[in-house]
Design a protein. Structure first.
Ligand SMILES: *Cc1c(COP(=O)(O)O)cnc(C)c1O
Length: 368
C-alpha cells in the first residue's frame, strides 16, 4: 500500500454505513423529536442488553458519565477515589469535579490499575475505585471486586475505551457497580459528535443518574436537586444504533489487525501489549513499549506512518494537577515506562497492507 497510513480513518465509518446512517438521520429530522425521545430510549435498551445489564442512561459525554456516577453515589468533598496514574485526564477530572481527591496507582503489566497496589492505598476516606479499561482491555476486575468488597468501596468502570471487551466472559459495563462509556468519535463505538452513557444493574442508581443529568428533575419543571444538563440527543442515539449493529464485526477486524502486529513484531527490542488470561481486549489502541520511542516514531513518520502517544503527559504532570508533581507516580520507574509508550495505527478499516507497512517500518527502524 502506497501513500500515508493514518492513525485512524474516521471517515471510513461513513463510507461503510452511509445509507443506514442517512436513513437514521432522516428519521430523526422528520420526527420533530430531538431530545429524550424514542431513539434514546431504544438505544439505551439496546446498549444495556449489549453490555448485559438492566439499565443504561445516555449522557452528554464520557466525562459527565463518570461524574454523574460519582455524584449519584454521594461521593464528594472529603472523599478519596482510587484511579490509575495512566489514563485520559477525564477520569481524574470527574473525581475533582465532584470535589473528591484522586489517588493515583501505577499500572500493572497490562497498563491497567494494579490490584496488588490498590489495597495499600485505601484509607478511611476512600469511597470508590475507578477501574479504567485502558486501550480496550478490562482491568483485572475479579481481584478489584474482592478488594472493593473487603473495604466497602464502590467499584466504577471507566469503559470509554472498551465497548464490548470482556473479563471472564462478561462484558465491560457489567463488571462493577456502574460503568461510564464515551461515544466520542474516535472510540470503538463512536458517535458523530459528543455522547456518553452510564450502564448499571442498579435501578436506583440509574434513576439518580438520569435525574442528575436532567436538571435534577424526574418530572418536567419539578427539580428535586441541583442537577446539570447532560443528555444524549436523539440524533446521536439514532446514529449510534446503526453503529452498534456493526460493533462486534468491527471489533473482530481490530483483533485481526492486533494479531497481525503481534506476530509481525516478534523478536524485536520492544514490548508488545500483554493480555491477561481472563480478558478479551477490543484493541481500542495497540500500544508498544520501546526505549527508542521518539526515534521510532520519527522514523515511522518519515515513512508517512502516523503514530500517537497515549498519553504524552501523565495527569500527575499536568498543570491542572500541579499538587501531584512530587507524587511517586510523577517520577522514577512509572514516569520512565510512560516515556516508552507508542500507539501504532489500528482500526476496523486499516487494510492488511497498511498493517504490513507499519510492521516493515518498525523492523526497518531496528535494523538500522
Ligand atoms: C475518552 C475518554 C473519556 C472521556 O470521554 P469524553 O466523551 O471525551 O468526555 C474518559 N475516560 C477515558 C479513559 C477516555 O478514553
Amino acid at each position: 500500500m502506497a501513500g500515508p497510513v493514518p492513525f485512524l480513518d474516521l471517515k471510513a465509518t461513513y463510507r461503510e454505513l452511509g445509507p443506514a446512517l442517512e436513513e437514521a438521520f432522516r428519521r430523526v429530522m422528520v420526527s420533530g423529536h430531538y431530545i429524550m425521545g424514542p431513539e434514546l430510549a431504544a438505544f439505551e435498551e439496546e446498549f444495556a442488553r449489549y453490555c448485559g445489564v438492566d439499565h443504561c442512561v445516555g449522557t452528554g459525554n464520557g466525562l459527565d458519565a463518570i461524574a454523574l456516577i460519582l455524584r449519584a453515589m454521594g461521593i464528594g468533598p472529603g472523599d478519596e477515589v482510587i484511579v490509575p496514574s495512566n489514563t485520559f485526564i477525564a477520569t481524574w477530572l470527574a473525581v475533582s469535579q465532584v470535589g473528591a481527591v484522586p489517588v493515583p496507582i501505577p499500572p500493572d503489566q497490562f497498563h491497567n490499575l494494579d490490584p496488588d497496589r490498590v489495597e495499600s492505598a485505601v484509607t478511611p476516606r476512600t469511597r470508590a475505585i475507578i477501574a479504567v479499561h485502558l486501550y480496550g482491555q478490562t482491568a483485572r476486575m475479579s481481584e478489584l471486586r474482592s478488594i472493593a468488597e473487603r473495604h466497602h468501596l464502590r467499584l466504577i468502570e471507566d469503559a470509554a475505551q472498551a465497548h464490548g471487551a470482556t473479563c471472564n466472559g462478561q462484558r465491560a459495563g457489567s463488571l462493577g457497580d456502574a460503568a461510564a462509556f464515551s461515544f466520542y468519535p474516535g472510540k470503538n463505538l463512536g458517535a458523530y459528535g459528543d455522547g456518553g452513557a452510564v450502564t448499571t444493574g442498579d435501578a436506583n442508581l440509574a434513576r439518580q443518574v438520569r435525574r442528575l443529568g436532567n436538571y435534577g428533575s424526574d418530572r418536567k419543571y419539578e427539580h428535586v436537586e441541583r442537577g446539570v444538563n447532560s443528555r444524549l440527543d436523539e440524533l446521536q442515539a439514532a446514529l449510534l444504533r446503526v453503529r452498534l449493529g456493526s460493533l462486534d464485526d468491527w471489533t473482530a477486524r481490530r483483533r485481526v489487525v492486533a494479531a497481525r502486529y503481534l506476530s509481525g513484531l516478534k523478536n524485536l527490542p520492544l514490548s508488545l501489549p500483554a493480555t491477561a488470561p481472563e480478558c478479551e481486549p477490543v484493541w481500542h489502541l495497540f500500544v508498544i513499549e520501546s526505549e527508542s520511542r521518539d526515534a521510532l516514531a520519527a522514523h515511522l513518520q518519515s515513512e508517512q506512518i502516523q503514530t500517537l502517544v497515549h498519553y504524552p503527559i501523565p495527569a500527575a504532570l499536568q498543570g491542572a494537577y500541579s499538587e501531584f508533581r512530587q507524587h511517586p507516580v510523577a517520577s522514577g520507574q512509572v514516569a520512565e515506562r510512560h516515556r516508552r509508550l507508542l500507539s501504532l495505527p489500528i482500526g476496523p478499516h486499516l487494510p492488511p497492507e497498511a498493517v504490513d507497512r507499519v510492521i516493515a517500518g518498525v523492523r526497518e527502524h531496528f535494523r538500522r
